[in-house]
Design a protein around this ligand. Structure first.
Ligand SMILES: CC(C)(COP(=O)(O)OP(=O)(O)OC[C@H]1O[C@@H](n2cnc3c(N)ncnc32)[C@H](O)[C@@H]1OP(=O)(O)O)[C@@H](O)C(=O)NCCC(=O)NCCS
Length: 270
């Protein structure tokens, strides 16, 4: 697919959300000189101690605001958000335009958000070189089968496999808005068949596997990204991706192919 510019707010883009979910991507630095924040977000930066975390917050919120203004003729700084009972930010104003759902993620070098019309959605991006001990974390946070899978990987494979499970789990819990539990054993993923993701939630998780759709992709060579969507039973969204591109005239986005490394499979499809 050729890159095509996404310009003015578009009713068509909004209508497309009936059948699609949209992922918006940018690196962090593009927002440093011209952040797009509300007054309370500007105040909030002062409460964030670490400069990297400040930059991630600025980039994430700026990307989100500019992305949302592609669906409605609303100034990016005018969108208002309110946290759900469990802390998940949702659109609260301007009403009644706020019929969009979103989720946001940021890590070193990349910010991403996913937008749907009403469906639950979650997104997580992680940088592969992030310093951590994959097996140590998997021992207490992953299901036994997932840990077993990691233990049978070569040293070179463990890290990417770990982040595949991790981003899928985190995207799922973010879509549910419940916060990330210390033990993520209830939402189990199977990655045995190449290019496929099977989702096997436990009874305690209170989730129906067939309602969920997952996609895993590598937006850059250094990042793994997972998207979790809940279109409902027997439904699948097409997932489109819009990437920031630098121009002299301000933030501009172009549609870019989102090449999934893995997608959900159900028994019927496998
Ligand atoms: C909030 C949380 C989901 C963020 O995860 P993370 O890996 O640090 O960060 P990500 O970059 O992927 O996502 C951050 C964004 O998620 C969104 N978010 C915040 N709370 C959320 C929730 N409950 N559900 C979904 N999304 C949430 C926000 O937009 C946030 O970005 P912002 O603060 O800049 O607006 C996670 O820290 C969490 O679950 N916290 C609450 C519970 C908790 O602390 N559990 C730890 C037990 S060990």
């Amino acid at each position: 697919m050729n890159e095509s510019s996404i310009g003015e707010p578009s009713e068509k883009l909004r209508a497309d959300l009936a059948e699609e979910a949209h992922v918006w991507l940018s690196d962090l630095e593009v927002w440093r000189r011209s952040p797009v924040l509300s007054a309370d977000e500007t105040d909030r930066i002062r409460t964030i101690r670490h400069p990297d975390a400040q930059m991630a917050f600025v980039a994430g919120r700026s990307l989100l605001r500019v992305a949302l203004s592609h669906y409605h003729d609303v100034e990016p700084t005018a969108w208002e958000f309110a946290a759900s009972r469990l802390g998940r930010p949702e659109l609260s104003a301007p009403v009644p335009l706020a019929r969009l759902r979103f989720n946001l993620t940021h890590t070193r070098g990349l910010a991403a958000c996913v937008v749907t019309s009403t469906a639950d959605c979650g997104i997580d991006v992680e940088q592969l070189e992030r310093p951590l001990k994959p097996l140590r974390i998997a021992e207490h946070s992953f299901a036994a089968e997932e840990l077993h899978d990691l233990e049978n990987r070569t040293d070179g494979e463990v890290r990417e496999r770990f982040f595949t499970y991790w981003t899928l789990k985190e995207a799922y819990y973010k879509a549910r808005g419940s916060g990330i539990p210390f033990r993520m054993t209830g939402a189990r993923f199977e990655l045995e068949s190449p290019a496929r993701i099977a989702f096997a939630p436990t009874v305690e998780e209170d989730a129906m596997a067939g309602e969920w759709q997952f996609a895993l992709t590598r937006p850059t060579a250094a990042h793994v990204m997972a998207v979790a969507l809940r279109p409902g039973t027997d439904r699948r969204f097409a997932i489109r991706c819009f990437s920031h591109r630098p121009t002299n005239t301000g933030p501009d986005f172009a549609e870019t192919p989102l090449t999934p490394v893995r997608v959900t499979t159900t028994e019927a499809e496998s």
